[in-house]
Design a protein around this ligand. Structure first.
Ligand SMILES: Nc1nc2c(c(=O)[nH]1)N=C([C@H](O)[C@@H](O)CO)CN2
Length: 118
């Protein structure tokens, strides 16, 4: 299966379980891999036939910027659902990193894989 990917998409959000985290915005980084048959846009050379990574990025920036969840698990799940439902993607792997959240670690976070239920 082919994929369309978005790597290192940085978005600031209000996220975290501690009081101090509810008062600031923190950078989050998304790495997203979406299953898609790229043979159709490759044959037509038409952007309308693609899974448009710019459109997906724009939608996630809008959603994540306005979100206020406590856990990265919750935000990752909602973002995967947006990709599957709004962009008709059959399967998505999404890694959500929270850089600098834990002293000594470059980043912490979650990685999930979700498949559309038919
Ligand atoms: N599995 C998780 N562990 C932790 C989370 C989380 O969202 N998922 N969040 C925190 C704090 O908000 C942390 O990021 C602040 O340093 C701790 N553990």
């Amino acid at each position: 299966m082919d994929h369309v990917f978005i790597e290192g998409l940085e978005i600031e959000a209000l996220i975290g379980i501690y009081d101090w985290e509810r008062r600031i915005r923190q950078p989050l980084v998304f790495d997203i891999e979406m299953a898609f048959d790229n043979r159709i846009p490759a044959a037509s050379d038409d952007i309308a036939d693609t899974l448009n990574y710019k459109a997906v990025s724009k939608r996630l920036i809008e959603y994540v910027s306005a979100s206020e969840f406590g856990l990265v698990e919750t935000l990752a799940e909602r973002c995967a659902a947006i990709v599957i439902e709004e962009f008709n993607v059959a399967s998505v792997r999404l890694k959500l990193s929270k850089p600098g959240a834990v002293r000594g670690a470059r980043a912490v976070g979650v990685q999930i894989q979700r498949t559309r239920s038919t």
